[in-house]
Ligand binder design. Structure first.
Ligand code: C5P
Length: 403
């Protein structure tokens, strides 16, 4: 979450049971390197005490527009001027309606109205009962707030405090952090459509066994996340991995190389960039048996008859859109030695403008990696760092090449 480091937030709490999540949100913001000034409405203080929020934010909490602690008695001006954003979480239906009308009868609404609109963005995380959320008045208010330049976050679905089930829960603190990280990320890939393959593939031998590899999918998922944060529309085709889908990314799960191939070719026509990070199995069984191969039936270990899988990247790189430059293709290479020489060779063999190489065994399953970018101009190293950080750097490199 490097965008949140050294950012200053006014965290506004309004009346709703989701206030309990605001405590964790405040803590998470501070852990991410931000500073937080909490402002609470009277309603919020019914759900969580200012003491809790003061302890977590390490700053006195403000609630009243008549608070004498500010020497000029203008907390509504003073507290927002050095903020990078005002974040209202939770934002109640009532508070949203107030914002919409520019009302200012308490400190928080007054601050929102009095903020310098170009300098201090307003971000709201709504939280309310599902009927309140779906009410045309609320939906109309949300649409109007968006038009007014307020950044309205989505809501979660599920069981609500009232016992009903539906849309309207406040996003979880980590989801809000993710949305903030996106909000502050430079939109280097705005409007671009990216297709990304990630993870290993699994080639069945029989119904219980198969051939796969050690790819965790972490690098590909980090790239998908970084591209989405940079404003791209991202579709991620993933082999079997146990990773959460990055916020805002469309994900399609596949198992075998053949399925990944079909899914990729079905989606690639509308993409501007194709990034093949998947560790696709080179071979599959010529035929998969229906029943488990039993040891006792075999006099010696069974012979596996392998045939080659289609090369997804090479196929895509040979399409007319890729050849004309309308589709920019990026390949990956996981090697165990001789990185640069093999990467140069592989880039030409695959027919792609950019190839990203890494030492596979050094990084499989880890959260860190080092990359070597090879294109027609030469090679560039991205030294050992977290996969998140490398993905951000890769987005910058990509943006330079496709702009
Ligand atoms: O040939 P090799 O497997 O080393 O090539 C790696 C690159 O090619 C990666 O970008 C990988 O996603 C892609 N690839 C593919 N289809 C295959 C094999 C590799 O898209 N069948």
């Amino acid at each position: 979450m490097k965008q949140l480091k050294n950012k200053h937030f006014v965290l506004g709490l309004t009346g709703g049971i989701a206030c309990y999540k605001a405590a964790e949100l405040c803590r998470a913001l501070i852990k991410a390197g931000a500073s937080v000034q909490v402002v609470m409405t009277e309603g919020a203080a019914q759900f969580i005490t200012p003491v809790t929020m003061q302890a977590l934010s390490d700053r006195p909490v403000f609630s009243s527009q008549w608070d004498p602690r500010e020497s000029n008695n203008m907390a509504h001006i003073n507290l927002s001027r050095d903020a990078d954003a005002i974040l209202i979480a939770p934002a109640s239906a009532e508070f949203v309606a107030k914002l919409l009308h520019g009302r200012a009868d308490d400190l928080l609404s007054l601050m929102c109205l009095a903020r310098p609109i170009e300098k201090v963005p307003l971000i709201v995380a709504p939280a309310m009962n599902k009927e309140m959320w779906s009410n045309p008045a609320t939906q109309r208010n949300m649409a109007q707030l968006t038009q007014d330049g307020v950044h309205v976050l989505g809501v979660g679905a599920g069981e609500q405090a009232c016992g009903e089930v539906g849309d309207g829960r406040m996003l979880e603190p980590l989801e809000i952090l993710e949305a903030l990280e996106s909000f502050f990320t430079r939109k280097l890939l705005l409007g671009k459509k990216l297709l990304i393959t990630a993870g290993p593939t699994y080639e069945a031998i029989d119904p219980v066994r198969g051939i796969t590899n050690l790819s965790s999918g972490k690098m590909g998922f980090a790239i998908a996340r970084a591209c989405q944060r940079a404003g791209a529309q991202v579709k991620l085709i993933s082999g079997p991995v146990s990773l959460e889908t990055p916020h805002g990314v469309e994900r399609l799960d596949v198992t075998s190389a053949e399925q990944m191939y079909t899914a990729t070719l079905e989606s690639v026509d509308s993409a501007d960039v194709f990034i093949a990070t998947a560790a696709v199995a080179d071979w599959k069984l010529s035929s998969v048996v229906d029943q488990k191969i039993k040891k006792k039936n075999e006099k010696s270990p069974p012979k596996l008859d392998l045939v080659e899988n289609p090369d997804i990247l090479k196929t895509v790189a040979q399409t007319s859109r890729a050849k004309s430059g309308a589709l920019y293709c990026v390949g990956f290479a996981a090697e165990s030695e001789n990185l640069q020489a093999l990467a140069v060779e592989k880039r030409i063999a695959k027919g792609v403008p950019l190839l990203v190489a890494n030492i596979g065994p050094a990084t499989f399953g880890l959260d860190e990696n080092a990359l070597l970018l090879v294109d027609a101009e030469g090679a560039k190293e991205l030294p050992w760092a977290s996969k998140e950080e490398l993905a951000t750097q890769l987005v910058e490199e990509l943006a330079k090449r496709i702009s």
